[in-house]
Design a protein around this ligand. Sequence first.
Ligand SMILES: [Zn+2]
Length: 314
Amino acid sequence: MERNGRKITKIFIIINILLSLGMLYLIYSEHQTLEKQKKEKETLTNQYKVLLDDDSISEKEIEEINHKIQELQNIDETIKEKKETVFKLAQELEQKIKKKETKYKIAYLTFDDGPYYNTYKVLNILKKNKVKATFFTTNVNGTYCYDNKKYECHKLYQEYAKANHTIANHTYTHGWNRGLYSSASSFINAIKKQEDLIKKYTGITTNIARFPGGSGTPKAQGGTSRFNAMVAELRKNGYGWVDWTAQDGDGGSLSNVKTGWKNFTGSINENIEVVLFHDYHWVTTNILPDVIKYLQDRNYIILPLFYESVMINK
Ligand SMILES: [Zn+2]
């Protein structure tokens, strides 16, 4: 009897997980449709503006367009709701993983220090593999990305948002060795400045932060009490923060693919991983398709970070 009971529980859990996964997939595909509708709304709104200036257009035609705009008006709110549903399911999955009720695991891929001219490559690989990630952004690369002035960095914020990746805050200056951590207020100012930048280019208010250099850097520079003051400021401003549990070492002096791959595979040992990468590193863009395959082959579900995740310190 007991064995049967256990078997039934197991089957129930498996069905539960499959339903969750099925829902995640459905929600993501629905997301794509909503994105299309959103674009349609923008086009219609622009057309409407033109029509208002054109006397030859009949009132009836204007009315029709007005009606269409109204139909699409709630799209933004719907997208927000759908995202919340996905994150709620992900939260449930985290709990199941913690209780060891599932063979599935979660990997949160995170990319620091962008936007950068290499970011396009990262975005393309993620898109090709239908994977959502988290980008810890900073203004350290300025208006134009790096060397060639071909890509305007700020445009990339819209690319992150359009693809429904999580946009997170890595401070405006990234100046961990230029006074960023000299006081709690200097730190929070750099957070708020980056928050404004993200909001300006995407309309999104982020609530996830990462300390440049990781939380060990402000702790080492100003001691625990100053670090705690910074965390208190983050909390006061509605933020959670996160370090990482795995990495390929691209923040250091990584110079070849073999070492990057060895670092990455050697660092994967938790059931919920937050993997640190940098948009700018050629080794990372080189191994990223294999990274995704490696994780998925080992039952990791790759998700974008969200405030309620157990991995976010609050
Ligand atoms: Zn960084």
